[in-house]
Design a protein around this ligand. Structure first.
Ligand code: CP
Ligand code: NVA
Length: 300
């Protein structure tokens, strides 16, 4: 593993190794306190962030390294040719974490950098989030075998990476999106090409996918960069809100996942988000441990 732009880049063994290491780091954080000694990580962000930015910065510090937060607009990343700027940054830091609007910017970065590049969210994928979510599912169930996961909402970056993550660990997933808001075609083609179609069910009716679910996952209806579509999206996605009425179709009360930030009262109600079955803060905590495992792996 040299970079992490998408979960597609990881094989199943690499994913299990990351999950095992992350669980161990969570249990014994002090054992890893000098793993990133003298390492410098650059965080290049085009969009805002709470969890990704802070969990990376704190995690790097806890591993004995240091980080530089590089806002796109206060560097010359927006002035110079991106490959030139990235080549220069590669002289000064050991690894780049980047959050970008367009996924193809990450491809340009990867080509120009002679150091590892981690996707800290793009319009297409959010691999760090989903790897830590797999860690959370494994913590709760002890296994992926026999777990039934459903995703309700927008076929966005979270949904795309969740599907890929599930395919890699053979966890079946049912997805309900409005028509026209399905997961990215590259993801659906990847599923087909890799003969994983038996693990993915696509529907339009959210009631159908919550029925058998052990876990129901949702995300915002309006991702960063889609703000000008807000009015239309809020209308289209209204029937996809995770609320007690929708969950009454479930045979048993499922666990609730959300990558956060949540828009309370929009894609999910307070009652559901604050319920006993909500594991959203365990997900948020695990970002820290999983990303530490990722950094140790990429910099060893
Ligand atoms: N889940 C997540 O990536 O949160 P932030 O956008 O706050 O980093
Ligand atoms: N789909 C959301 C995820 C935020 C973590 C977005 O891209 O804004």
């Amino acid at each position: 593993m040299r970079d992490l732009l998408s979960i597609k880049n990881l094989n199943t063994d690499e994913i299990y190794n990351l999950l095992n290491l992350a669980l161990n780091i969570k249990k014994n954080p002090e054992d890893y306190s000098s793993k990133l000694r003298r390492k410098i990580i650059g965080l290049l962000f085009q969009k805002t962030s709470t969890r990704t930015r802070i969990s990376f910065q704190s995690g790097i510090y806890q591993l004995g390294g240091t980080s530089l937060y590089l806002d796109w607009t206060t560097t010359n990343l927006h002035l110079g040719a991106l490959p030139d700027e990235i080549k220069c940054i590669s002289f000064y830091v050991d690894l780049i974490v980047a959050r970008v609007y367009e996924h193809k910017i990450l491809e340009v970065m990867r080509k120009a950098a002679n150091i590892p590049v981690i996707n800290g969210l793009s319009d297409k994928y959010h691999p760090c989030q989903i790897l830590s979510d797999l860690m959370t599912i494994r913590e709760i169930f002890g296994t992926f075998d026999g777990v039934s996961l459903s995703y309700v909402g927008d076929g966005n970056n979270i949904c795309n990476s969740l599907i890929l993550g599930c395919m890699k660990v053979e966890l079946p997933i049912c997805v309900a999106t409005p028509s026209g808001y399905e997961p990215h075609k590259d993801v659906l083609n990847w599923v087909k090409k890799n003969n994983k179609e038996h693990l993915l069910t696509l529907k339009n009716d959210p009631k159908e996918v919550v029925k058998e679910a052990d876990i129901v996952y949702t995300d915002t209806f309006v991702s960063m960069g889609q703000e000008n579509e807000t009015k239309k999206r809020l209308k289209v996605f209204k029937p996809y809100q995770i609320n007690n009425k929708l969950l009454s179709y479930a045979k048993k009360m499922p666990y609730i996942m959300h990558c956060l930030p949540a828009h309370r009262g929009i894609e999910i109600t307070d009652q559901v988000l604050d319920s006993e079955r909500s594991i959203v803060f365990q997900q948020a905590e695990n970002r820290l441990h999983l990303q530490k495992a990722l950094l140790i792996n990429l910099l060893k």
